[in-house]
Design a protein around this ligand. Structure first.
Ligand SMILES: Nc1ncnc2c1ncn2[C@@H]1O[C@H](COP(=O)(O)OP(=O)(O)OP(=O)(O)O)[C@@H](O)[C@H]1O
Length: 266
């Protein structure tokens, strides 16, 4: 079964984003139409510069498209630009990025950081409910709240910071998590456990996850669905089994062949 639920959560229609003018113009994302369903785990794969991060930033509404639309739960969110609307969107769509230290406020304890992450919702919860939600999120990423709540950024390891940033994204119980290379900064065993934590969350509350990665083996291991990008275009999409068994596009075949050769070399 390609996804847990048939309803479409987010859809992009002919999404396009250019940078620059004239001969210098780059079509970072070029006419990309894709669908992600509730509880579905998908990966956008492609080499460096293929437009993956730009697509993620568009879907996160951090960047305005040059053309095309984004529908979330059937509603057009493309032109939403007022902060209250965007905040409501970010209650449902959260992200974790590559480098956790870049998004870490060094003066905030883990408790304050996660309480801030609660945003709008936090103001509706009393302090006991806020505390319970913060502890819940830390436990989800296998951190001990008792040990972590009072810590500052410099008192944690890289792997702990990464997990705290994931907890911060989870604290609002998003419907969609965009994860841009979330495990590049951590060692192999932390990496496997972070991935397993994320996969459990789909089972637990039906969160959909979109991984953004150039790591084809990671993408095939965790995903139901693959979106293959090349030069800003979505060249192939479909179920992992189908794509790994019979990739249709020459670029996809090349991507898999390269990944396979690299893993054989070890
Ligand atoms: N703000 C910007 N201004 C100008 N060009 C940009 C900007 N952001 C991205 N680009 C260009 O758009 C193209 C796609 O970049 P993008 O970062 O989306 O690729 P990517 O697949 O995420 O790469 P990586 O895996 O290296 O992060 C590249 O040619 C890049 O140089």
């Amino acid at each position: 079964m390609p996804h847990a639920d048939d309803s479409v959560l987010i859809e992009t229609q002919h999404l396009t984003r250019t940078f620059g003018q004239g001969a210098q113009q780059v079509r970072a994302v070029d006419d990309v139409s894709l669908r992600l369903h509730r509880g579905e785990i998908a990966s956008v794969v492609g080499e460096s510069g293929s437009g993956k991060s730009t697509l993620a930033r568009l879907m996160l509404r951090l960047l305005q498209p040059s053309a095309g639309r984004i529908l979330f739960e059937g509603a057009d969110v493309t032109r939403q630009s007022r902060l209250p609307e965007l905040r409501r969107y970010w209650q449902r769509v959260q992200a974790v990025f590559q480098d956790p230290s870049a998004s870490f406020n060094q003066f905030l304890t883990v408790r304050r950081l996660l309480e801030r992450g609660l945003g709008l919702e936090g103001s509706r919860l009393d302090s006991k409910e806020r505390d319970a939600r913060v502890r819940w999120a830390l436990e989800r990423v296998a951190l001990n709240p008792g040990e972590m709540l009072a810590k500052l950024s410099h008192e944690m390891s890289g792997g702990e910071r990464q997990r705290v940033m994931i907890a911060r994204a989870l604290v609002v119980r998003p419907l969609l998590l965009l994860a841009d290379e979330p495990t590049t900064m951590v060692d192999a065993s932390s990496r496997a456990s972070i991935l397993n934590v994320l996969l459990d969350l789909r089972d637990e509350f039906g969160m959909a996850i979109l991984f953004i990665t150039h790591d084809v083996s990671l993408a095939t291991y965790v995903s139901d669905t693959l979106f293959v990008m090349h030069d800003g275009r979505l060249v192939e999409s479909g179920g992992v089994e189908r794509i790994t068994a019979s990739p249709e596009h020459a670029y996809t075949r090349q991507l898999f062949a390269d990944a396979f050769t690299m893993s054989e070399r070890g």
